[in-house]
Design a protein around this ligand. Structure first.
Ligand code: HEM
Ligand code: HEM
Length: 207
């Protein structure tokens, strides 16, 4: 049973959801750092261990996939299914929000839903293009034109998304309280009511 949140606070993310987030985020940073060393020739020359860095990149990719499977298998799959259903449901308020109107939002706003869908899709595309790069070195049938361009393009777009994400999560005064939800698991009810009114309404209705 999940611990009840403190008075004045709402439970925002279960432990499993937070573990999925931080597992994905830490693997992403390690893949980004090692990938950049492989990508930028001056970094490769400076570090002078391209092969080792490449092995670390590949081992991190394997650890990333294994850790995510482990968290999903051992964790609270009901919570993950519920969150995924929420993410893929883009309702009329969300569509208006995406067109710039400040409509009331659910537990995740429309921008966060789009970010989560892109993050999942990019994870799959990174893995697919990465496996093709690895196979292509061993068997010419897997050496497809453009695989490395796809892998690199994903990195560029991910960097843009990540910059916006980090700004909202740790710098922007109105949104950075969310970091508490992704660490401790709960957020202040008044903050939630200002940013995620439909979610707070639902939570109050089920009390
Ligand atoms: C399952 C996930 C992934 C796998 C299996 C994978 C695999 C690979 C492989 C096999 C290479 C080729 C190494 C070489 O011979 O130069 C590579 C390169 C690279 N990877 Fe990944 N990777 C993954 C995820 C990522 C992620 C998440 C990022 C960045 C956020 C990334 C960034 C890069 C970059 C920048 C390169 C250099 C490409 C170039 O030389 O132009 N990779 N990756
Ligand atoms: C130190 C790095 C990071 C911090 C501090 C951070 C912080 C957060 C926070 C606070 C939330 C919850 C937002 C809310 O409750 O309103 C969140 C959600 C999320 N994070 Fe991160 N994050 C980090 C890295 C990453 C990385 C590397 C990725 C993916 C590559 C990522 C993907 C997501 C996604 C998909 C969500 C759910 C949708 C959203 O809120 O946009 N995060 N993150």
């Amino acid at each position: 049973m999940a611990r009840a949140p403190r008075a004045g606070y709402l439970r925002r993310f279960t432990l499993t959801e937070r573990l999925v987030h931080w597992t994905h985020a830490s693997a992403f940073f390690a893949l980004l750092a090692t990938g950049l060393v492989l990508y930028v020739p001056s970094l490769s020359t400076w570090i002078n261990r391209r092969n080792t860095v490449k092995n670390v990149h590949l081992l991190t990719a394997i650890a990333w996939a294994a850790a995510l499977v482990l968290v999903v298998v051992l964790g609270n799959r009901r919570a993950l299914r519920r969150t995924w259903r929420e993410i893929e449901t883009i309702d009329a308020d969300d569509r208006r929000w995406l067109r710039g109107r400040r409509t009331p939002q659910g537990r995740l706003n429309a921008g966060q839903k789009v970010n989560a869908i892109l993050t999942a899709a990019f994870g799959l595309l990174f893995a697919l293009s990465g496996v093709l790069l690895w196979l292509g070195e061993r068997d010419t049938r897997f050496r497809l034109d453009g695989t490395v361009v796809v892998h690199d393009a994903l990195m560029y777009v991910s960097l843009v998304l990540l910059t916006g994400h980090l700004y909202l999560a740790v710098i922007h005064p109105q949104t950075r309280h969310a970091l508490r939800g992704m660490t401790a698991g709960d957020v202040r009810e008044d903050w939630a009511a200002a940013h995620h009114a439909k979610w707070v309404e639902q939570e109050r209705a089920t009390r």
